[in-house]
Design a protein around this ligand. Sequence first.
Ligand SMILES: [Zn+2]
Length: 277
Amino acid sequence: MAVKISDEIIEQHHGGVLTLTFPRLGHSTFLKHAISTRVGGVSKGNYKSLNISYKVADERLRVEENRRILSNALEIDLEQAVHLTQVHSDKVFHLTAENRPPAGESLGEGDAVITDLPNVPIYILVADCLPILFYDQAHQAIGLAHAGWRGTVARIAVKTLDAMRTAFGTNPQEVKAVLGPAIGPCCYEVGTDVKEEFGKAFPDAEELLEQTGKSHWKLNIPEANARQLMEAGMDPDRIIRSGLCTVEHLGWFYSHRAEAGPGSPTGRFGAFMMLVK
Ligand SMILES: [Zn+2]
């Protein structure tokens, strides 16, 4: 069952599992993509319920079951899907037939992956950081980036776009991108250290930061990435903004900021892409 929740987002219900798709990104004949949610899994407590990360101290058997459930819902085998060891860097991997890792193994330490391999799913995991999904229909190529504040300062989104241009001839004016669910400017409070990093990275940083206290600001990560992508030549109309804040939609998403404490992580949801041939 599919339910349209805005012009940009469709809720896909598969049994009890909820995933989100962005119809304007690309036609399903050529591109599969989804944002998973926390709805429909078997994990408990902080991880309730569809946590798909093995690295957050959730029970392994439950994570395995969640990944089976989500694989069925997406009709993508997560165990064959290529992922990264995410480290908040600016490293972009070009996934090829030659460097594709064995099932279940990471492609390496980095925070973005691009590929033109058909029928090979790629994914990243998030819980507040911004997932960015790129689709170049002209060259039938995809990219996926993980942008927290460090990745944003390091220009991971633009570096992903640049890597697609080099590898596939991607034209920034023609590529489309989804800015997925992330902690929004409504909820993402930062201190002086992060504010200063943004001041160095963005000439218009004051437009991305709203002062809320003597040494507290609210930071707009999705807008920061959108601005970088527009400066890099992307058409603003082809930047599809989910507008979904993880903290304000805890029924759908995990939020590290809202839920995790010392020694008690929360779960992860994912962004998935696969070229269809
Ligand atoms: Zn919010």
